[in-house]
Design a protein around this ligand. Sequence first.
Ligand code: PLP
Length: 223
Amino acid sequence: MSAENPKSTSDAALRLAAIRARMDVASGGRDAVLVAVSKTFGAADIVPLIDAGQRIFGENRVQEAQGKWPALKAQTPDIELHLIGPLQTNKLKAALALFDVIHTLDRESLAKALVAEREKGAVLPALFIQVNLGREAQKAGIEPEAADAFISHCRDDLSLPVIGLMCIPPADDNPVPYFQALSAMAARQGLTKLSMGMSADFEAALRAGATHVRIGSALFGTR
Ligand SMILES: *Cc1c(COP(=O)(O)O)cnc(C)c1O
């Protein structure tokens, strides 16, 4: 496909290199994971990034991901797919079949459903617990007051493979205090992974300790 469209492949390579360079500066050379958020984009936009070497992608809707990723994964088996949007329990089975990492464990009913799938033989993906640090009604995530207990419950009582915490700060606020709060919560819990930072604020997130940044528009263009 790159041979048919060399221009878009080299554009993708340049955008990718530019983001990686900015990540390196912001993180002080610490290795961080770039999750390329491909929601709303199709194979024509995704393949040039794969050709440029990107392997880790994020989607926010199970159904949309089901429509495009099985074919792309068949072509490039080492793709790692991350679910970064809210997960309804009725989509859990489909999500487990497709995603390698889930960033949005945020409630008891989903934790229970994950346990039930494991009991039926499913191998669970690595999980981030999403914390609604801004207490926004329209956003998913466990309330910050309940987060510590929920984290312990998931990890210690249910033995879920929780690796870290995820947040999406309120759009109109300075994100830095939210990033710092999530980082402190993870440290308190002995969790080493932090999924935070998007196109507009990933450098601030990396300076606050992000290990996973989720970048869409800066890589793919505006949606
Ligand atoms: C869309 C999305 C992103 C990427 O947003 P950009 O501003 O395009 O980089 C990151 N995280 C989540 C949860 C998203 O839904």
